[in-house]
Design a protein around this ligand. Sequence first.
Ligand SMILES: Cc1cc2nc3c(=O)[nH]c(=O)nc-3n(C[C@H](O)[C@H](O)[C@H](O)COP(=O)(O)O)c2cc1C
Length: 262
Amino acid sequence: MAEEESLARPFYTVLILAFVCSALVAGAAVGLRPRQEANRDIDRQKNILYAAGLYDPAKSIPEMFAPIETRVVELATGEFVPEEIIRPENYRQLKAALSEDMGRALNKEEDLARVRRQEKYSLVYLVKNGEEIQQIVLPVRGKGLWSTMYAYVALDGDLATIRGVSFYQHGETPGLGGEVENPRWQGEWRGKKVYNEQGGFSLKFAKGEAATTEPAKSYEIDGLSGATLTTKGVDNLMEFWFGDHGFKPLFARLKNSKPSKG
Ligand SMILES: Cc1cc2nc3c(=O)[nH]c(=O)nc-3n(C[C@H](O)[C@H](O)[C@H](O)COP(=O)(O)O)c2cc1C
């Protein structure tokens, strides 16, 4: 009898230990979730500030982000959606793209960025001076060679000139396509024109070095060396998000609502 008990004891010890450990791991996962989400939010804010050229490592990110207005826009119409209908802080854009009512499947001709599904509503971030929009920061994404690349693009108040870009997530090869995250290359985007005078998409990625003389200089960015396919992906995603299925209806609406100067 005593022998049976001593044989069963290690079994029960292991069982209790496994139970306690799994409870600890599950508790930690649940308990840390709010902190993970808060960190994700801070990281998103940092990337938006970086694209807008407003990031200063010496300052607090929430403080720098506080004056930026977050809005939800209906992509098809370019209309801002009232907060009572979609609250920007609760809106999960990538989840929306996958849902039946908040997203839609893109057909092959439409899907230049190769995202397959697109959300009907997008978050946009406005940097304002009073009522005047100084910059508008837009979330974009699209397929490179190996992965979907995610970025924010900051556009000047003229709604044509790039203020900055921040590629913050991708799975391209480090040193090749992974150079999308190189600050030197991202710095080259500043001042380039997405649209020409006629309003057509004009941004170009050179094979190698971009033009150094006008007018091509205003529209061209260096292609990433040894990463033609990633560069093509960046070109395509920019054309998609700055086209009719992306933010173009929003820009048209903002231009119409702008009080004319002079
Ligand atoms: C291991 C490996 C990783 C690669 N990673 C990339 C990449 O991330 N992006 C890319 O465009 N090309 C990548 N390539 C190169 C492509 O296969 C292709 O050769 C290249 O895009 C052609 O660009 P180029 O004309 O500038 O050489 C990779 C190739 C190898 C062998």
